[in-house]
Each structure stands twice: as C-alpha cells, then as structure tokens.
Design a protein around this ligand. Sequence first.
Ligand code: NAD
Length: 686
Amino acid sequence: MTSPISTKLHGDVLIVTSNNPPVNALGHAVREGLVSAIEQADADEKVKAVVIICQGQTFFAGADITEFGKPMQMPMLPMVVDRIEQCTKPVVAAIHGTAFGGGLEVALASHYRVAVPTAKLGVPEVKLGLLPGAGGTQRLPRVAGVRRALEMAATGNPVGAKEAHDIGLVDRLIEGDLEQHAVAFAEEVRDVRPIPKTSERDDKLAEARANPAVFDEFREANARKFRGFDAPEYNIRAIEAAVAKPYAQGVQDERRLFMELMSGTQARAQQYFFFAERKAAKIEGLPEDTGTRDIKRVGVIGAGTMGGGISMNFLSAGIPVTIVEMAQEALDRGTGVMRKNYEASAAKGRMTADQVAQAMGLLRPTLELDALADCDLIIEAVFENMDVKKDIFGKLDRIAKPGAILASNTSYLNIDEIAATTSRPQDVVGLHFFSPANIMKLLEVVRGAKTAPDVLVTAMQLAKKIRKVAVVAGVCHGFIGNRMLMPRQLQANRLLLEGATPEQIDRIHVEFGMPMGPFQMADLAGVDIGWHRDPNRIENIRDKLCALGRWGQKKGAGFYDYDEKRRPTPSPVVAEVIEAFRSKEGVEKREIDDQEIIERTLYTMVNEGAKILEEGMAQRASDIDVVWVYGYGWPVYRGGPMFWADTEGLARIVEGLKRQQPRLGGDFSLSDLLVRKAEAGEKFTR
Ligand code: NAD
C-alpha cells in the first residue's frame, strides 16, 4: 500500500504532501508518513527547509474518527508533533481549509505557519468532551497568547486565518498558489537560527504569569456556557499548567487531564452524540435509488409564532417563501416580527443590512390561499385544531400543483388523519419545527403511513439546507419529543400535590443539566397553551392558574412571580392554590426527596422512550437522544435520555420505576422492551 504522505525536493525545500481524502485525517498511515518525511529531511544534506502541505479540500482536519475506540497504533500524535518540532531544518505548515484539532497541533509544532485567507484554525476537541492532547494546550498559548488560547480551547470555536494572523497564530497570509508561496517563505527562513521551537517560547505567557487572575475571570465570564461540562474546565487547567509550569511538566499535566477526560462518561456521551447526529439523517428501509423533489418555492400557512420562524429558515437559505394569513393585521404583525428578528441579527453583526433586505425580498405575503399554487412545498402552521387543519388540507388538495409536498407543523395531531382529507396522502408529511423555529436546530420529520419515500428524502435533505438536524418520527401523539414530555409533566404535577414545590422540581432538572425545569418551561412557553379558555372550568392546578390570569412570564406571574426584569421568585399564591387542591383531593402532604423526583420525572421519560422504540415510532435509540438534545436542551454531556439510561443501568431504572409504580397513576405501564433489556443486561445505545 502506498503511503498517503509523499515528498519531493524543490530546490533545497522538501515538500511533504498529504493525500488522504476526504479531509486528510491524521490516521495511522499519515502519522507514520509524517515521521519518515521529517527523518528524511534531517538525514538529507540537500534539504534546508521543509513545507508540510495537504492536497484536496483541506489541511489535516483532525484525528481519524474511524480510529476512535480502537487501540492506537504507533506513532501516536504527540510523538509525531514532537518529532516535527525537533527537525533540524525549519518546518513550515502551509494551511488551507480547516486545520482542526490534531491538524492545528501539527501546525503548532511546525516552526512557521502560513495560510490562505479562507483557512480556519481551531481545536474543537472540547466539543467531544476532550482537550487537544498532542501538546495543543501547551503550544497554543505560547503562539496565540493565553486569552485567545483559552477561548479557542474551552469553546472549541475556530478562528479565521486573518484573525489568526493578527494574533500571531499564522505568520503570513498567502494570496495565490499556496505551495509556491510556502516554498518561497521556507526559502526566506531557511537560515534563521535558532529555529523557533514553540515549546521553547514563553514571551506570550508573560502577561498571564504576571496576572494569573485571567483564568478565574475567564471561568466566571463563561460560567453559564460551561455549566455542567467537564471538558472546558480541563482545557482551562491544562492552559493554566502551560503558564505555571515548564513545558515538559505542562505536557505531562495535559496527558493526565486528557486521560481523565477520556475515561469519563462525558467524553463518551459527547462522542456518542457526534455519531448519533450523523446517523439520524439515515432513513431505514428506503430503496437505494430513491430520488428527491425539487424545492424552489415554499409556502407557509399561518404567520404566527411558528409560521414566521419557519419562513425565516428558508428565506435565510435563499429559498423564496409565500406566506398566507387570514387577515391583513395578522399578516402585517407576522411579517413585522420576522423583519424585527432579522434586524436584531444585523444589529448584532450576524448579518448585513443587504442580507436582511435580500431575505425579506424573497418573502411574498398574501391573504390568498390560491397563491400557493406554484409552491413545491407547503407547510401549514395554523392553530392546533384538527378541524381547521383538515379544512386547510382539503383546500390545498385542490390548489397545490401535482407533486407538491404538503406538510403540517402540528405538535400532536395525527398526520394520517390529515393526509386522508387529500387525494394525495403520499405527498403529506409532518414537519415539526421547534420554537423559536428560526433558531432551534431540531426538525421532527413525521412519516405518515402513506408518505412517499422521495418526500421523506427531500425533507431530510431540505433540513440540511436550512441547517436543521432532522429526525424521522412515526405517527403517534406528540411524536418523539412531546410524547416523552407528557409523563414528565404528569408526574411533575402529581408531585406538586404530594408535597414537592415547583422550585424543588425545577432545581433538580437544572442541576441535572436541563436549561430549565418543567415549571420554568411552562412559564416561558405560556401556562395557557392548550388551555380550554373557560375560567369557570377548574380541574387542575393549571386551570386555576390560567383562570387567575397567571399565564406565565408574559403576564408577570405563572408558577412563579416575576419582577420587571423577569426574575422569578416562589409564589405564595401558587403555594395556596396547590394546598387547596391537595385538601380537595385528599392527598396527604409528605417530604419528597430528590431521588424520587428523578425517578418519577426522568425514569418515566426513559420508559416512554422505550415504548416509542418498541412501537417503531423512532428508528433507533440515538434518534430519541438527538430529539432531546436539540429540541429540549438535554445536556449533551449526558448523551440524551436513552444514553443516560444506559449509564444509569437499565436494571436500576426498572427497579426505580417499580418502586414508584403505586404513585405513578393508573395510566402508567412499564415498557416491555425496557424490562427485557434490563433483564438481559443489554443497553439501548451500545
Ligand atoms: P399561533 O397562534 O401563533 O399562529 C397561528 C396563526 O395561524 C395565526 O396567526 C392565525 O391567524 C393563523 N391562521 C389560522 N387559521 C388560518 C387559516 N385558515 N389560514 C391562514 N392563517 C391561519 O400558533 P403557533 O404557536 O404558531 O402554532 C402553529 C402550529 O404549530 C400549531 O399546530 C402548533 O401546535 C404548532 N407548534 C407550535 C409550537 C410552539 O411552541 N408555539 C411548536 C411546535 C409546533
């Protein structure tokens, strides 16, 4: 087998080229090839300098993910980069595309870095629960400075080549042919002695050495973002070691911290999730040659909360949208909100005024349903009411052109029933966006009994185009995400009656890593969502709160009281309402411990997830996890509910559910699949 690394002599510069498509991942053969090339450079008297460059779309984009979880073959990357740095001839890394992770570590160990202006440099390891473990945490602050190194390593966000040049991470920006200019650069630095070895530099560490408070300042400034995650803190500690200790000791600290992360659950969870997200795009059981339908114009019905956000996704991707409302006022309000959202993005520098104009210019607002006749995809986002939806789909059947995809954004309703009102159920699909629809990454693609394969494939591809992560769900009440929300909400409500408080239940969920608990979520979304709107019909705590006008944050009161800055405090009124219901229903108040809350609100979700799997409503356990991480903010360091269940141990989940069963209510039943797997010692996700 030929090596992906080849060398050629140009004058007295040895050009070391990697050709390992698609992304020049640093697999075993590449690592081995790099070491031999450097050895060749050292041994060959004719060689006075070295250029490391990659063919194809990018510089080394990182580790070879197919080697994950397998025993590593020598030479390991830390040895490779050290060997590069020890080369007795100056080494220039010539960067295009993405120099990520191990790729940037190769570049940092090189003596010089040149890059094309479009290149990106970063150490995204933190996103997989790790740190750059081949000297990256020690070399990066020495080249880019401590602050920038902290940002790059602890957030994982890359910097562009121009910025990299400004901070000293890139020595020269190259316009024109990269190889040719890199060779010219190598010729310029050929005789510079001593050769600048990154590990021996400490000029950029001086500032942080004089002011070690930068680390705590950085921790504090990012406390919210890093909450619950191990890896950002480990990255910070490794860079702290770079500042506090000599290089040789710093790399030892880096290694130890790396190994600790590597053996922890969070890194496993985050790596699992990386693959889960990619797997979600695959639909089982479709013919290989399934085609797609062309989507040139999208129609959206309803310019409310969802319709506006949904439209923005397409406009931002350059796809024209026709949006239909019932009344001019609602139409103006809806399009006004869209414009305001775009302008807010522009104010934050995320888009230009031109881009705002361009996006809004692609929008055609109208009151005529007939205007949807030229749309290739029509998404209905009107009130959550079956009769209204049926009426609309009946009309669409008459209006839409043949082959147009007819989609509903319903949260709970039966897509098959909606499809049955048309003469073309094969063209009907659920596209369940999450609120705010222009921001949330998740899209549940609901596969009806008759949905055509090419409709599904088109939906999945379109999701990618509008930068969503799509998951296929079957037709059931609430699909994957909202269906699992129901047992959680039911138990949370029962727990209130039995003696828990909204604060206690929410605290457990936040400590677990959720962005908010069930009652904070209700207050944010609106306690009145789905309310029957009859203030005299009071059947539960929520009915009473709605009747009292406690509709949540928007009213300054819900399960909590809010001040003018929307800061919550526990509400004595709510405590009274709960108390009144408790005595009315004859429930005895008792102390409820945290573990019970976990078992009743989280274990029941896992149980529902297992049912979703056994009914075939999700294709795979990892899809459920993708829904919860991207749709509801489940902490990715716990992988998702099904991965988390595996780490808890399914036997323990079943045991907890059995212990709680008398309190879970009559509609609760254990999932057979969960019990079977627990008994067999199996897992959902591995
Ligand atoms: P909304 O009340 O904010 O908006 C609905 C809009 O549809 C209103 O502006 C209304 O005037 C318009 N409308 C009603 N009938 C119409 C008709 N025949 N023709 C044209 N326009 C019509 O509601 P929403 O929150 O945007 O929800 C819309 C759908 O999305 C519902 O099915 C809901 O379950 C679903 N959904 C909502 C959320 C959420 O968090 N709000 C999340 C996911 C899905």
